[in-house]
Design a protein around this ligand. Structure first.
Ligand code: AMP
Length: 225
């Protein structure tokens, strides 16, 4: 008779632009964990009443009210009781973390800590030529002449979302909401922070940590996309 491995309940936290999406997808490629992203969950529910309600908040750049978000997330988690899971994007606020705690015991919380300046650089690197829709990235795909479209020489612009002022606001909002969540998990002794400026350097540390911390989870062959 085989021994059923204990299920792992994990959360990943990280600001927009911290590489959370990449790290999450590498975790789920390497470990047997179901990935539940609150953003995806909301998008998948857009046709249901709860999703329609959520959309009005998302479209205004606001957080979904805690009770709505918690109801949706806990409802989805009920379908995953026999699996280990990694939550991404939930909990985002202290009331959400407390509500999650009442339903499940969280084993570990991975926190990606990337300097503010690095994130700002990443998120503000995108420039667009409005007439053609051509997209440039100052770091990976820069235009031949700074600020000008390669084909027409016309000026490039930044989308509202990518402007430094907007990015700073988003990062600040993230910090304000998440700080109490970090402190909450720190006090519980489950917070593990990974600091760095490059996802490819942070990833091996996360990988090694998950291997030692949760040896009982069924590991697939190591994959680094
Ligand atoms: P994301 O894809 O994680 O950036 O989420 C997209 C949008 O969904 C956010 O801007 C929020 O409006 C909403 N959202 C996602 N997760 C949560 C959450 N845990 N609490 C409240 N709102 C959320």
């Amino acid at each position: 008779m085989g021994v059923t491995p204990r299920l792992l309940r994990a959360v990943i936290l990280g600001a927009p632009g911290s590489g959370k999406g990449t790290v999450s997808s590498r975790i789920t490629k390497n470990f047997e964990l179901k990935h539940l992203s609150s953003g995806d969950l909301l998008r998948d529910n857009m046709l249901r009443e709860i999703g329609v309600l959520a959309k009005t908040f998302i479209d205004q750049g606001k957080l979904i009210p805690d009770d709505v978000m918690t109801r949706l997330a806990l409802h989805e988690l009920k379908t995953l009781t026999q699996y280990s899971w990694l939550l991404d994007g939930f909990p985002r606020t202290l009331p959400q973390a407390e509500a999650l705690d009442r339903a499940y015991r969280i084993d570990l919380v991975i926190n990606l800590n990337v300097p503010f300046e690095v994130i700002k650089q990443r998120l503000t690197a995108r420039w667009i030529h409005p007439a053609s829709g051509r997209v440039y990235n100052i770091e990976f795909n820069p235009p031949k002449t700074m600020g000008r479209d390669d084909m027409t020489g016309e000026p490039l612009v930044q989308r509202e979302d990518d402007r430094p002022e907007t990015v700073i606001k988003r990062l600040k909002a993230y910090e304000d909401q998440t700080q109490p969540v970090l402190e909450y998990y720190q006090k519980k002794g489950v917070l593990e922070t990974f600091s760095g400026t490059e996802t490819n350097k942070i990833w091996p540390c996360v990988y090694a940590f998950l291997q030692t911390k949760v040896p009982q989870i069924n590991q697939k062959a190591s994959v680094t996309p």
